[in-house]
Ligand binder design. Structure first.
Ligand SMILES: NC(=O)C1=CN([C@@H]2O[C@H](COP(=O)(O)OP(=O)(O)OC[C@H]3O[C@@H](n4cnc5c(N)ncnc54)[C@H](OP(=O)(O)O)[C@@H]3O)[C@@H](O)[C@H]2O)C=CC1
Ligand SMILES: CC(=O)N[C@@H](CCC(=O)OP(=O)(O)O)C(=O)O
Length: 345
């Protein structure tokens, strides 16, 4: 089968590194371009010796400009750039005829006013919002297949939305009662120097942050509202935990109906989904079982004293929460098997 020429813009960061790991060995991808301003001129193997020996390991980083990226012959560009920065690259690469898979938050929100509220800035390319497809493959598969511009979901939103969407669609929980608590590994903050993220500041410690209005709430509420067919607001408390990778999320909400219906709704939504592993009632997902994979593990429980359902999920923030989910969308837009290059455990 033909291999698609791909570029990774921002390949020196953590999601870029995960994309490299997956795409250097992807059976239908040919890596032709990697960018980094700070590492221009260095090879992939020089910056990341773990990739020495891979076919494209001697490819050198270039500074990111659309002209040079297009000149490499790339057909699809992954943007692993900070939000606010990615949109400009998306515009110019689309103009040059590439398809774009954006891992940043720039195209996830449908309403530019909501972007302004949560990101404290005007949207950098509002004219593209209409055509961007929010790419949770298990929910939006058909739209993704046709897309030119993919908005890959955030790490927390993936872990929160996938378990809740089927229950909201089936009207099994009261949307006004959802309370969510998530915990993320430190790589979620990116590969940047930040005093609060250095080893001695966060190791052996746990802290909540971003409350009461973390920027991912905008995205979570957008997707849950669509599923519920009414405006959903929820309480969301993210925490930083001293592990490298992994997100664990627990949501609870008041059950409407019978507890047995919860398992039926999850099975109906995900029973045939390769990357969603249902652990059933009593199942407690563990992040160590999903790190470096595209799986999300989901368990649930019911407390008859409070009539609340508990939904638990575990994913890798750099995997299903970012890089491998973006590769899943790449497979869909190119017409490859959805699991191509992603069947690792
Ligand atoms: N980390 C995670 O778990 C997740 C991250 N995301 C999103 O994915 C995107 C990338 O995140 P992550 O990999 O963690 O970030 P990092 O900070 O680790 O990497 C950012 C990359 O972008 C490049 N870059 C930074 N600023 C600019 C700029 N102004 N112009 C061009 N290139 C730039 C950097 O290279 P250089 O400075 O050398 O140019 C680097 O390659 C972000 O939008 C993030 O929010 C999404 C889901 C999960
Ligand atoms: C631990 C940590 O700091 N996590 C990041 C979220 C991860 C991320 O990169 O989200 P986007 O894709 O939306 O940018 C945060 O809380 O901002």
């Amino acid at each position: 089968m033909k291999r698609v020429k791909i570029a990774i813009i921002g390949a020196s960061g953590y999601t870029g590194l995960e994309l490299l790991r997956l795409l250097l060995t992807h059976p239908h991808a040919e890596l032709v371009c990697v960018t980094s301003r700070q590492n221009a001129g260095r090879s992939i193997a020089e910056l990341f010796p773990r990739f020495s020996g891979a076919t494209a390991a001697e490819l050198t980083f270039i500074t990111p400009d659309a002209e040079s990226v297009a000149a490499t012959g790339a057909e699809v560009a992954f943007l692993a750039l900070p939000h606010g920065v990615a949109a400009g690259y998306a515009s110019s690469l689309l103009e040059k005829g590439l398809r774009v898979i954006d891992l940043s938050a720039d195209f996830r929100l449908e309403d530019p006013e909501v972007y302004k509220e949560f990101y404290d800035a005007d949207h950098p390319a509002p004219e593209l919002l209409k055509e961007a497809v929010y790419a949770l493959p298990e929910v939006h598969r058909e739209a993704i297949q046709q897309a030119r511009l993919i908005a890959s979901p955030g790490c927390y939103p993936t872990s929160v939305s996938l378990p809740l969407i089927p229950l909201l669609k089936e009207k099994l929980i009261d949307p006004a009662t959802i309370v969510t608590c998530s915990m993320s590994g430190v790589s979620g903050a990116g590969r940047k120097a930040d005093l609060s993220l250095i080893f001695c500041e966060c190791n052996e410690s746990l802290r909540a942050y971003g409350i009461p209005k973390h920027r991912h709430l905008s995205e979570i509420e957008q997707e849950l509202s669509k599923a519920a067919e009414e405006k959903v607001y929820l309480s969301f408390t993210p925490h930083l935990v001293p592990v490298h990778n992994g997100i664990h999320t627990t949501s609870s909400a008041r059950l409407i109906g019978e507890p047995e219906a919860v398992q039926a709704a999850l099975e109906q939504a995900y029973g045939e989904e390769y990357f969603v592993r249902l652990l059933g009632k009593g199942g407690c997902p563990d992040t160590k079982n999903v790190t470096r994979t595209n799986f999300i593990d989901i368990g649930w429980n019911y407390d008859p004293r409070t009539c609340r359902v508990l939904l638990l999920s575990a994913e890798d923030n750099l995997g299903k929460g970012a890089g491998s989910q973006a590769v899943q969308s790449f497979n869909l837009i190119c017409g490859f098997s959805e699991t191509a290059g992603l069947q690792n455990f």
